[in-house]
Design a protein around this ligand. Sequence first.
Ligand code: SAH
Ligand code: SF4
Length: 357
Amino acid sequence: MKCLQDLSYNELEELVVDKGFPKFRAGQLYDLVNRHKEYEEATNLPKALIEDLKQEYFATSLEIVERLVGREGTEKYLYALRDGNVIEGVFMPHKYGNTLCVSTQVGCRMGCAFCASGLGGLVRNLTAGEILGQVLCVNRLQGGTPDKRAITNVVLMGSGEPLDNYQEVTKFLELLSAEKGINISLRNVSLSTSGIVPKIRELADSGLPVVLTISLHAATDDKRSALMPVNKAYPIAELIKAAKYYFDKTHRRVIFEYALVEGKNSDKKSADELADLLKGFPCHVNLINLNYVKEKGLRGIKGGYIKEFIDHLNKRGVSATLRHSMGNDIDGACGQLRVKYLAKHDKLNGTEGRDEA
Ligand code: SAH
Ligand code: SF4
């Protein structure tokens, strides 16, 4: 079965005309889709059209099966996809608007040493409609409509490597920013990548004006390869060249994520290496203390030391701040809620979904 949330306005128009209905029905259908409504909630569409569509298309791509509310209004969701797979997301309210963190894959194949999302490997890519569905579903849950959005910012920092699902992710960005749709400006969207160099260059060339965030986590190849296997294919020198290319093309400051891991990348020498690597490049470093993931065993560092690390970077001329880690009271870190859910239902090891089909 396909899903209406995968279709652009033009594609919906073609679909209704193909089914023998006038073009204007596409507008009504698009409104239904962007409000994350089910067919049963349609009030203005002909029954015959709905019955026809139901044979081939789901109206929505997912639904929320678990909702956890944490400190400061943060919420965490577990969504069920139509094939029974589950993904997760985090909602973070701010003074200037509300941010939703979305997943781009079920699982991830990059195998980073600290991350819960990669534990069962990659199960499958999400479709553009499944990524958009997360935004539309939470927008509705939070009382928003396509005209009066409850979500203003989107970060691609949930499970999955967005640039390993390039085609669907870029289609999602187009659907998200479509004028007749929920119309979220891509300037308010951050895409976080572990560093797939050729795809960073392709994104720079695409003209999609998202903020690029690179998960760096170490400034020498030895240290980075030990934490992130992707570094063996695309070492740091190439990654920084691609980041500079992104900046030159888009004039948007690149953000580097750096999670402090005890005994791996958090000593003064590592801070110096980071400063040497980034000096002179207009970028910003977001530091975060590693969230402990039981299955991975790595730990963050003692609280007070983070400030010293940041001061050291600032003194060396690198712009760096501590990223406020919202939602870690409710398993806010990447992939942890899903892993718990799968463990509870005895479905880890990439078998989820298959027995629920
Ligand atoms: N795959 C992409 C986007 C999803 S991960 C990427 O790696 O960038 C989003 C962010 O969460 C990345 O910066 C990642 O390094 C970070 N992350 C993963 N596990 C973490 C953990 N246990 N503690 C803190 N940050 C973590
Ligand atoms: Fe995948 Fe990102 Fe997790 Fe690495 S940190 S395993 S790339 S989701």
